[in-house]
Write a protein that binds this ligand. Structure first.
Ligand code: THU
Length: 165
């Protein structure tokens, strides 16, 4: 029997080490958390996608009283991007989140982002991968107050994905 390991390259850095363009994308993801509709989880997620033409498409999680009918920030951003610029490569996605749980009254949300980066759920990885497969590589920037993770592609986040479309 042959064994093999699949590894993922992760680069770790601070926001100040990012290029000006990537900082702008991270700031857009952080700002997008303000548009989140999350009365049930109180977990506010923002995503921002850098398009091939330089534009940024944002999304945030949108919940619903019928829980499964809601949508994560990453898919909201990707569907917004695809609907705004059909067929255009999505070059990078940045993701940020904060939670109301335990947030001291009066503390601005900007100081309450997750300390560690949050990573897209499996369903979002699958949806993002389809755009990556069709239109080219999408880098991933996962924001946390303490550190930022950068991954080279959506595929690197989703080994053994379903790609036979
Ligand atoms: N959520 C996202 O928007 N993105 C993720 O990567 C994980 C989870 C949302 C879904 C739900 O509205 C809330 O966060 C709590 O799970």
């Amino acid at each position: 029997m042959r064994e093999f390991t699949i590894s993922t390259l992760v680069r770790e850095c601070q926001e100040c080490e990012l290029s000006a363009l990537d900082r702008e994308l991270v700031e857009a993801a952080k700002d997008a958390t303000r548009t989140s509709y999350a009365p049930y989880s109180r977990f506010h997620v923002g995503a921002a996608i850098r398009m091939d033409n330089g534009e940024i498409c944002r999304g945030s999680n949108q919940e619903n009283a019928a829980y499964p009918s809601g949508l994560c920030a990453e898919r909201t951003a990707a569907f917004h991007a695809s609907a705004s610029f059909p067929g255009m490569p999505m070059r990078k996605i940045a993701i940020a989140a904060w939670t109301e749980a335990g947030k001291p009254e009066g503390l601005p949300y900007e100081e309450y982002f997750q300390r560690l980066p949050i990573s897209p759920c499996g369903g979002c990885r699958q949806a993002l991968l389809e755009y990556e497969t069709l239109h080219g590589n999408m880098e991933v920037i996962l924001y946390g107050l303490d550190k930022i993770y950068i991954l080279p592609s959506i595929a690197s986040l989703l080994p053994f994905s379903f790609t036979s479309f």
